[in-house]
Design a protein around this ligand. Structure first.
Ligand SMILES: [Zn+2]
Length: 120
């Protein structure tokens, strides 16, 4: 008897091995995705700080760090005034705000999620 093909047992063993491999790999994909989302958020925060720096240079508030009454009240102001092409969004659902009274003395962009969503 010389039949070509796999037996049911052989197929079940292959499927079981593939299942084990997938169960090992899937958690790593989730970690990589989370790391990527955090890095996108940090890049967005850098972009917001860059927009604020351009605002400061154009409005000549750099020497005093005094944002005055015209300070942007939110990220949307930077877009409205032409310092941002569009308002970025945090890939994990956080919202961005501008803290002009940060303890560092310099205005900071902040993600509401915090934790790893912080720059620098
Ligand atoms: Zn974020």
């Amino acid at each position: 008897m010389n039949r070509k093909g796999f037996t049911l047992i052989e197929l079940l063993i292959v499927i079981a091995i593939l299942g084990i491999l997938v169960s090992l790999i899937l958690p790593r994909f989730a970690d990589v995705r989370e790391d990527a989302n955090e890095k996108v958020c940090v890049a967005n925060l850098r972009g917001l700080v860059s927009a604020m720096n351009i605002y400061e240079v154009k409005e000549n508030t750099v020497s005093t760090w005094d944002w005055g009454t015209d300070a942007p009240n939110g990220v949307a102001d930077l877009e409205t005034w032409g310092y941002l092409a569009d308002v970025p969004s945090c890939p994990q659902g956080g919202t961005y705000t501008i803290d002009t009274n940060a303890t560092s003395g310099n205005p900071e962009a902040v993600c509401s999620i915090g934790g790893t969503h912080v720059w620098p």
